[in-house]
Design a protein around this ligand. Structure first.
Ligand SMILES: O=P(O)(O)OC[C@@]1(O)O[C@H](CO)[C@@H](O)[C@@H]1O
Length: 396
């Protein structure tokens, strides 16, 4: 296993940089969006005002005494970062901390009338109800007569590009989700299908990203893989609580499956298949606390490592999961994907549209051509995507 020299971790301390804009602009916009979405009371408004001041100008403060997850956050670095500016600790950490604080402000965790209410739910539901979702579901009918291989490719690409439908991203990327996507910067899909064509079929893990128009195609892909013998069992890892605006929770999985079963044609058939697969255990939903950790997957706890070790393949969806999978560092873009994921206990794949600066596994010519064409926007604009696979341990 190669021991790579680790480049610096991304911080948000450089005005004008993408991480800085997320803390200075995107987080205040998210607070505004959440405030407008619910008839919150004065206490919640005051807490949101305090969070706005704290996350833009203040320092990281301890969790309130009695918070259910104090020990967890201490083990994730809270003591080390308390008293420091949000802009000077690892960006991955401060972003995650923002969502923890936002949920605190709206009373999501403590017992009370607002416990368990998802502040992002209105936006997630609006997306699921959008006419674009109807169009995407209707398009499934035209795939019914395609060969299984063509359908598999279409569903893989649907799941991949579904990652553009990220509500937090749309708050800060003008035109995101509407412009035509221009292409793949890496495509290991042959290796991915090779892993999923082994006999006997095994367990596939999918570490989900966004709800709504990303989760629906993820579920369609899982249904296809189960139905066509590419996997015996699928495990969908979602977030245990609302996170990064649109990240999928179990409630969002239920909404997505119900949306499918209530549709017409092929979409309804997929919905019924998924419903019965959940009923007989072929499809399981998991909500591990580490899914919302402010840390890279290299630091995953033993139980999760053991679980992933039993999979034929683990697929990480989306930009944030990619940052956590490879490490949120200034990797040269040509650093091999297999090297940065060498710690992972089994075959692993990433399906991601590029919405932050971290990228690995490109060839030098591709990187140079993209830089010449777009001067860096290709890394964060969501216009490009990648399918990367490290087959290690699978004899591949
Ligand atoms: O993980 P996702 O939904 O694909 O994207 C998450 C995201 O919008 O949030 C982060 C910045 O806040 C970036 O990693 C990325 O731009």
């Amino acid at each position: 296993m190669p021991q790579l020299p680790a480049p610096p971790v991304l911080l948000a301390d450089e005005p004008g940089s993408f991480p800085h804009s997320v803390l200075a602009e995107r987080h205040p916009a998210i607070i505004r969006q959440v405030r407008d979405a619910f008839p919150y009371g004065p206490g919640q408004h005051r807490a949101l005002d305090a969070l706005l001041a704290n996350c833009t100008e203040g320092v990281i403060e301890p969790l309130p005494g009695g918070a259910h997850d104090v020990e967890r956050w201490r083990s994730w670095g809270l003591d080390e970062y308390t008293g420091r500016s949000w802009f000077e600790v690892p960006w991955l950490w401060s972003e995650s901390w923002f969502y923890r604080c936002l949920l605190e402000a709206v009373g999501h965790f403590p017992p009370g009338p607002w416990q368990g209410i998802d502040p992002f739910r209105p936006a997630k539901l609006a997306e699921l109800d959008a006419p674009e979702t109807d169009e995407e579901l209707a398009a499934l009918d035209s795939l019914e007569h395609a060969t299984a291989a063509d359908r598999a490719t279409a569903l893989l690409h649907g799941s991949l590009w579904g990652n553009r439908a990220d509500l937090g991203f749309r708050l800060s990327a003008p035109g995101a989700g509407t412009t035509a996507a221009s292409g793949l910067v890496a495509d290991d899909s042959d290796a991915l299908w090779a892993l999923l064509s082994g006999r006997p079929p095994g367990t596939l893990f999918l570490v989900a990203d966004n709800a709504g128009r990303e989760l629906v195609p993820d579920l369609l892909l899982l249904a296809h893989l189960l139905e066509h013998g590419h996997a015996r069992r699928a495990v969908l890892h979602v977030k245990p609580h609302p996170y990064y605006v649109s990240d999928a929770t179990t409630a969002d999985v239920v909404d997505a499956v119900r949306r499918l079963t209530a549709a017409r044609g092929a979409a309804a058939r997929y919905g019924r298949f998924l419903w019965s697969a959940m009923g007989d255990g072929r499809l399981t939903v998991r909500a591990h606390p580490f899914s919302c950790a402010p840390l890279p997957y290299a630091d995953m706890p033993g139980d999760l490592r053991e679980e992933f070790a039993g999979g034929t393949l683990t697929v990480f969806k989306g930009d944030l999961n990619y940052r956590r999978l490879v490490g949120d560092r200034r990797w040269p873009a040509t650093t091999p994907f297999a090297d940065v994921t060498a710690y992972f206990p089994g075959p692993v794949a990433a399906l991601r549209t590029l919405k932050s600066e971290v990228v690995t596994g490109l060839d030098a010519a591709t990187e140079a051509a993209l830089d010449a064409e777009e001067d860096g926007y290709w890394r964060t604009g969501g216009t490009h995507a990648l399918i990367q696979v490290a087959s290690r341990g699978a004899g591949g």
